[in-house]
Design a protein around this ligand. Structure first.
Ligand code: NAD
Length: 482
């Protein structure tokens, strides 16, 4: 006798129940989907995860605003309390970036916006009253990057659950184990405190097939994509609405400005570009310095602990970290060697036979504007510096290097006309003036944080409102009591 799998039996039961329902017209609820034994919210398939999350969504609906707020509080508290342990687990699995900054990112989840951001709008007049409210979508499919696996999931949960949704994650395979661990622990705590099960689900072994299965699942009403160009393209082709936090290649322009403190400029660039070994999508990726500021910036970078590479050292590293392929017709294109993404500066320097202090946070390469380090989103603590003749020329180079991703750009100048001109030209989602990139996400600047910055589709730094449907409710001629 042939044996049926657990999933096949479940499908048969579901079909029989739905036939009974259509026969007598009575509503019959589908059987609850079980996660893997001892792994709350962790599933073998995206289809099962989506079905379970639908159940989680329905339970959250019943728990109301108080339930949403409780989940947000649980997730924020757990990220803070477990930052050291989870940061280490993620670091050991992905082997990229810096442990101290992985911990810092989890601490930062406190500053993700929650239920407080969803304020209804009321209108009252001679014709009655109208309310406008932000309603949930239901189940959201979230695709998360290897560069910040747990922080992106946690930030997405805070935003999405505050808005009343459940979530299914298809994480990057390189960060899937830590994602499953965090999802399991979040669910366990949420179930213990609220009774809601499977509010956050994940696929244990994510693949391109599980991505397709998740996008096709009828329970999934909306997608949130955080990643590079390929996944953004793939999501846009699914036919589902997708909020896309896509790639960037942020330039930082240093103006030829007497009023600048170049040591502060250097510290800001090293901090922003060096954060988590330059894994941040908002991180400074190339420096463009105008006129005399070129040598002043280089000198200050050296004083602040960066190592300036020789031309030969730069070329040796370039050959190893990029695979430069001849595209024919005199064109070439570079493919990033993923083994060096988020690598320590000492590991990069060693390629060129250079031994440096492990405390060094940044390598600097003097290059031309058409260099591959300027053109590509290298995601490693090596920044090219390019000389520009004047400020408009610097902005032109910056704009070319950003590839119209409209992601992020930074500038250091006290010239208000230059600040304004660059902001208009770049047209980026984040524009940080006189600070490190991180100031644009509320770390050292005003504002809140999210690890999903919807650049490609234009929603910007995601908030709970990003994950809602706008609804209006009108009562005619009544309850306008004034
Ligand atoms: P990645 O594009 O390799 O992977 C991101 C996610 O997409 C992963 O879950 C991966 O498994 C999946 N994926 C990749 N290609 C796919 C395809 N063809 N079909 C389906 N799924 C696919 O990116 P990464 O290395 O994990 O992260 C770095 C990239 O993400 C950078 O480009 C960075 O700028 C970007 N990023 C953007 C933001 C933002 O908020 N805008 C935040 C973090 C990272």
């Amino acid at each position: 006798m042939a044996h049926l799998s657990e999933a096949a039996i479940r499908d048969v039961v579901t079909e029989v129940l739905s036939k009974i329902q259509s026969a007598n017209g009575a509503p019959v609820s589908a059987p609850a989907v079980q996660s893997k034994p001892g792994r709350h919210g962790v599933f073998d398939s995206a289809a099962e995860a989506a079905r379970a999350a639908q159940g989680g969504f329905e339970q959250l609906l019943k728990a109301g605003w108080a339930g949403r707020a409780k989940v947000v509080e649980i997730v924020k508290t757990m990220c803070f309390d477990n930052a050291e342990r989870w940061g280490r687990i993620e670091f050991e699995e992905t082997k990229i970036g810096r442990l101290d900054h992985k911990i810092g990112k989890l601490h930062g989840i406190r500053n993700v916006l929650g239920t407080e951001y969803l304020v209804p709008t009321g209108m009252s007049g001679d014709a009655g009253i109208t309310m406008e409210e932000s309603a949930p979508w239901g189940v959201i499919g979230a695709i998360t990057p290897v560069t910040h696996s747990i922080p992106t999931i946690a930030g997405n949960i805070v935003n999405m659950v505050a808005a009343g949704n459940a979530i299914v994650v298809n994480p990057h395979p390189g960060g899937a184990a830590c994602a499953a661990l965090a999802v399991h622990e979040f669910n366990e705590a949420i179930a213990a405190e609220t009774g809601i099960r499977n509010l956050i689900c994940t696929v244990e072994k994510p693949t391109l097939d599980s991505f397709n299965e998740l996008c096709a699942a009828h329970e999934v009403a909306l997608l949130c994509i955080t990643g590079g160009p390929a996944v953004v393209d793939a999501a846009m082709k699914t036919g589902k609405r997708a909020i896309c936090a896509g790639p960037g290649n942020p330039p930082v322009v240093v103006d030829d400005c007497h009023a600048l403190d170049f040591d502060k400029v250097a510290r800001d660039i090293i901090f922003g570009g060096g954060f988590d070994n330059n894994l941040l999508c908002i991180g400074e990726k190339q420096i463009i310095a105008v006129g005399d500021s070129y040598s002043k910036t280089l000198d200050a970078l050296k004083r602040q602990g960066a190592v300036i590479l020789t031309k030969a050292q730069t070329e040796a590293i370039k050959k190893e970290v990029f695979d430069i392929k001849d595209g024919g017709g005199g064109c070439s294109h570079a493919v990033l060697n993923r083994a060096y993404v988020g690598a320590d500066p000492a590991k990069l320097a060693a390629i060129a036979g250079l031994s440096i202090d492990p405390k060094v946070e940044m390598l600097i390469a003097e290059t031309e504007e058409d260099d591959v380090f300027v053109d590509e989103e290298q995601m490693m603590p090596l920044l090219p510096i390019v000389r520009a003749g004047c400020f408009p020329d610097a902005v032109r180079i910056a704009k070319d290097s950003e590839h119209n991703y409209r992601h992020s750009a930074m500038v250091h100048t006290m010239n208000v006309a230059h600040l304004t001109m660059m902001g208009r030209e770049m047209d980026t989602t984040l524009y940080v003036k006189n600070g490190p990139c991180t100031a644009g996400l509320g770390m050292g600047g005003e504002g809140y944080i999210s690890f999903s910055i919807a650049t490609t589709t234009g929603e910007g730094i995601t908030t709970p409102r990003t994950f809602t449907r706008f609804r209006r409710c009108t009562l005619v001629d009544q309850l306008n009591i004034v």
